[in-house]
Write a protein that binds this ligand. Sequence first.
Ligand code: GDP
Length: 194
Amino acid sequence: MTASPLSIEFVTSAVDAKVLPASPAEVAFVGRSNVGKSSLINALANRKQLARVSNTPGRTQLINMFALPNGSTLVDLPGYGYAAVPGRVKQGWQKMIEGYLLDREELANVFVLVDGEIGPTKLDVQMLEWLRANGIPHTVVATKHDKVKSAKRQTRKKDLAAGCMLEPGDIVWVSASKGVGIDTLRSLVLGHLN
Ligand code: GDP
């Protein structure tokens, strides 16, 4: 059975999470720039241009908020770890994102995107350790499943999970390009928002 696309509409963009409107329930998506976050949000909604897909990592430094018909919300946090961003700006983002993740009462779950082709980076691991240390519920989503050769998938799945200090079964593998895992992820998102 195919789950229907998430019916989400763009609500607002903000530079600071503090100004986001209230929501009955919210999930957030985080990940380093270029991990495939915009492509994934578009795939969940089955839309081409809802979230912007960019070949210039770090261009989208805004928080984007989307809403489902029941009013619950999905928040797309700015990609972290763009090397060309000056240190002070980077720290400012980090503070803002941490503040959001710690203080947003409606936040039901954080989907942490890890590039399936390259595995967790140091920043991904730091993010996961920080979420764990702060008791913030989260799920690891490995992107670009189609970029991992089928002969290597088994090993990659084990290694990526180990790199995240998790079991292979804990990770949701997706491919926005090929539609792999999108239904599973939609169901998980809805489970947190309904
Ligand atoms: P973001 O910066 O995290 O929002 O990443 P984007 O969605 O803009 O994607 C970054 C790059 O990865 C783009 O060139 C996308 O076309 C590519 N990409 C995203 N998802 C996939 C996927 O599932 N498979 C493949 N092969 N490429 C992908």
